[in-house]
Design a protein around this ligand. Structure first.
Ligand code: FAD
Length: 501
């Protein structure tokens, strides 16, 4: 059978993909989005809550896994992960030797599982990581545009001071200030008015019911409610779910041919589909887009793809850690799953750190403070193509994470000294105090200006684009989705103006 044709195809439905599809749809271009995960928000099961919470995970929690894999793996060294049934669940932990990468699966990508922190990087740092992008234009135009379209909102500082659900953040703030460190509120795409009504008992709880990494049933403005809703609203965009793109090749007419694996909800392959398109946008995320390009180059399908494909990857310097609090410093049994405060030492000349004050929503007092530190780590890794498994392998080594730990340790040693507190060593399966064998923030693999031109056009192949976190060179210094969204907006404006007739 001949391949079905769509004028434009977007692979993935995360931030970069959603921006691309929306702007293509608005320009009147019929666009097909292909997403390997499922649709979450319109369930026909009669269950009005598609997602499970963190304390009672079920098969919906994780992508094709037999056990949950929580970032905090243990408590008092007891394994807190649970056995679950294999299912196309919402959170995936992709293992690559010394590094594993958390990603969202389903319509909305990472927006379904993330902590909603919507932070634009410091302008000087943005200019440092992407010197060839006009920072003036980004901060005047595309960051504000992304923030508006994503529905970014700010916590009411008066409510923050009284909310029971942010006691944990206030305790950490006091500790940080005692050590002479500055804190800052973090903007969010979780609706803070909704959260206030949750605390008042007026609406069903989500952030206040331990919902985050396995999805939020309420309150969060995930992409299905923002960019993807707008894309579908143009009437030109359709989304096919449980469609995993496996291969890209060149068609005789200069377009692209895709081989797509069709999955059922237990992850079994139930068929394949061939699709053709003239314009192809890769928004499968740092891991997904990089793998597709690397496979295409190494199998010879797109043999002229540049050397830079697979290079420049970094985990955004992620380090997680916990501190043990004094008995009088209770952090509260009720904790909002959405962080609202960060410790900002990014300007520290030796150890730049931006640390989010993370919740530990267990429903009981834990006397525990948790942090996800974003550090400035110059180490980068490469992907290589493994022919035997037909997959991309990330070659990050544990020792490359040492500069991140050194920076996090510098900040939190200071904090512990000032408060006479200690680290927890029971949280990560063994006795380590700093966990950096995983990242929430995979970045790079098809870096802007190296694998692509300055607007995401892949070198050597016309009408082939990268639009997601693969473009960023391994680091943004803050949580990355606002940067990914803003950069995609900037690139799409140029591409639509120049590449379509
Ligand atoms: P993604 O959002 O990863 O989307 C890629 C999509 O492509 C996915 O839906 C995937 O299923 C699909 N896909 C992949 N391969 C294929 C294929 N071959 N065929 C079809 N579909 C495919 N960032 C912040 O800014 N703030 C936060 O608070 C925050 N918290 C986080 C918490 C967690 C637990 C996690 C996992 C991430 C968090 N992040 C946060 C990071 C943020 O979510 C990511 O940076 C962002 O989602 C990346 O966007 P993207 O467009 O690159 O791709």
């Amino acid at each position: 059978a001949p391949a079905e044709h769509s004028p434009a195809v977007v692979i993935g439905t995360g931030y970069g993909a959603a921006v691309a599809a929306r702007r293509l749809g608005e320009a009147g271009i019929p666009t097909l989005m292909l997403e390997m995960g499922r649709q979450w928000t319109e369930l026909e099961t009669g269950d009005s809550n598609p997602f499970c919470d963190m304390l009672r995970p079920d098969k919906r929690a994780m992508w094709l896994a037999e056990r949950t894999e929580m970032p905090l793996a243990s408590f008092l060294w007891f394994d807190i992960n649970r056995k679950i049934d294999r299912y196309t669940g919402v959170l995936d932990r992709v293992h690559h030797g010394d590094m594993s990468v958390y990603v969202g699966r389903g319509v909305g990508g990472g927006s379904l599982v993330n902590g909603a922190m919507a932070v634009a990087p410091k302008r000087e740092y943005f200019a440092e990581i992407l010197p060839s992008v006009d920072a003036g234009e980004m901060y005047r135009k595309y960051f504000p545009l992304a923030e508006t379209e994503l529905g970014v909102n700010h916590i009411d500082p008066d409510w923050f001071e009284t909310s029971r659900a942010y006691r944990y953040a206030r305790v950490s703030r006091a500790h940080a200030h005692k050590a002479g460190l500055a804190t800052t509120f973090v903007p969010s795409v979780y609706d803070f008015d909704y959260m206030r009504r949750e605390e008042n008992g007026e609406v069903p709880r989500s952030a206040l019911a331990g919902e985050v990494i396995y999805g939020n049933n309420h309150g969060k403005r995930s992409l299905d409610q923002t960019y993807l809703a707008a894309a579908l609203g143009t009437g030109n965009v359709t989304i096919s779910t449980l469609h995993e793109v496996r291969a890209i090749e060149r068609a005789a007419d200069g377009g692209y041919l895709l081989t797509v694996r069709l999955l059922d909800e237990s992850g079994e392959t139930i068929g394949t589909r061939q699709l053709s398109t003239r314009y192809l946008f890769l928004g499968a995320g740092s891991l997904g887009s990089t793998e597709l390009l690397l496979r295409a180059r190494e199998t010879g399908a797109l043999a002229e793809l540049p050397e830079a494909i697979g290079k420049g990857w970094g985990p955004n310097g992620n380090v997680m850690l916990g501190r043990a609090n004094h008995v009088w410093d209770t952090t509260g049994a009720l904790q909002s799953g959405m962080p609202a405060l960060g410790i900002d030492a990014w300007d520290d000349p030796r150890h730049p750190v931006f640390a989010e004050i993370a919740p530990a929503p267990a429903g009981v007092e834990l006397w525990l403070s948790v942090y996800l530190a974003i550090t400035k780590n110059p180490e980068r890794a490469e992907f290589s193509y493994d022919r035997s498994t037909d997959s991309a392998r990330l070659n990050w080594r544990a020792d490359q994470g040492e500069p991140s730990i050194a920076s996090a340790k510098a900040m939190f040693d200071k904090l512990n000294r000032a408060n006479k507190t200690i680290y927890r060593s029971d949280l990560f399966g063994d006795t380590r105090r700093f966990e950096n064998r995983f990242t929430y923030h995979p970045l790079g693999g098809a870096v802007l200006g190296e694998a692509t031109d300055l607007y995401g056009r892949v070198h050597g192949y016309p009408r082939l684009y990268v639009t997601d976190g693969a473009l960023l060179p391994g680091s943004t210094g803050v949580n990355p989705f606002v940067t990914i969204t803003a950069l995609a907006e900037r690139n799409m404006a140029r591409v639509l103006a120049e590449d379509f007739d």
